[in-house]
Design a binder for this molecule. Structure first.
Ligand code: URA
Length: 210
């Protein structure tokens, strides 16, 4: 496994992921499970945030208390399935700024095509967490991080639910400085670029489309 990958193997994550993979799992449950897992992934991706201290007063006395240092974080969702991860992450980090990148995979070439881009202006000096449930070929993730770096981001992390070895390799080559957080690394991609065993099309399962 590549050095820049953290597999979040917490039993709750693994259990919920298995429920999500099952083809019988319906849209509402799938969406709820993704929201729950994203809280747990968010906990892991923010584990090494730097802390500073501030002077506060409790009802009992004054004290020096820890507080997260630096500017507000930025969460960037790769549309549309990224929004499923975004919701839970926002529950955990409600003050985060949010960006959206619209990318679709050309079904023939599997190349990522951008159709929407809106991110907060000042990305330098901020931790930028890019979210997309499926790291398959890696094309969308690479393109999204390319664009975010063009906007000035220097401290970027990537959070997904499932990763394929092919996607990890492509992403690691393009962005070796960006740590990837995933709940599992699956076996391979099929000829259409779907992760196997995977969970199918994350966007369709999340929103009940086909
Ligand atoms: N996108 C998905 O939604 N599922 C996959 O398996 C691969 C890419």
């Amino acid at each position: 496994m590549s050095e820049n990958v953290t597999v979040v193997d917490h039993p709750l994550v693994q259990h919920k992921l298995a429920l999500m993979r099952r083809k019988q799992t319906r849209t509402a449950e799938f969406r709820l499970l993704l929201r729950e897992i994203s809280l747990l992934l968010g906990y892991e991706v923010t584990r090494d945030l730097p802390l500073t201290t501030v002077e506060i007063e409790t009802p009992m006395t004054e004290m020096t208390a820890p507080q997260i240092e630096g500017k507000k974080m930025v969460l960037v969702s790769i549309l549309r399935a990224g929004n499923g991860l975004l919701e839970g992450m926002l529950d955990l980090i409600p003050s985060a700024r949010v960006g959206h990148i619209g990318l679709y995979r050309d079904p023939e070439t599997l190349v990522a095509v951008e159709y929407y881009f809106k991110v907060p202006r000042d990305l330098s000096d901020r931790l930028v967490i890019v979210v997309d449930p499926m790291l398959a070929t890696g094309n969308s993730a690479v393109a999204a991080v390319d664009r975010i770096k063009e906007e000035g981001a220097t401290n970027v992390k990537f959070v997904c639910l499932l990763a394929a070895p092919e996607g990890l390799e492509a992403f690691g080559e393009a962005h070796p400085d960006v740590r990837i957080y995933t709940a599992a690394i699956d076996d391979h991609l099929d000829q259409h670029g779907y992760i196997v065993p995977g969970l199918g099309d994350a966007g369709d399962r999340l929103y009940g489309t086909k």
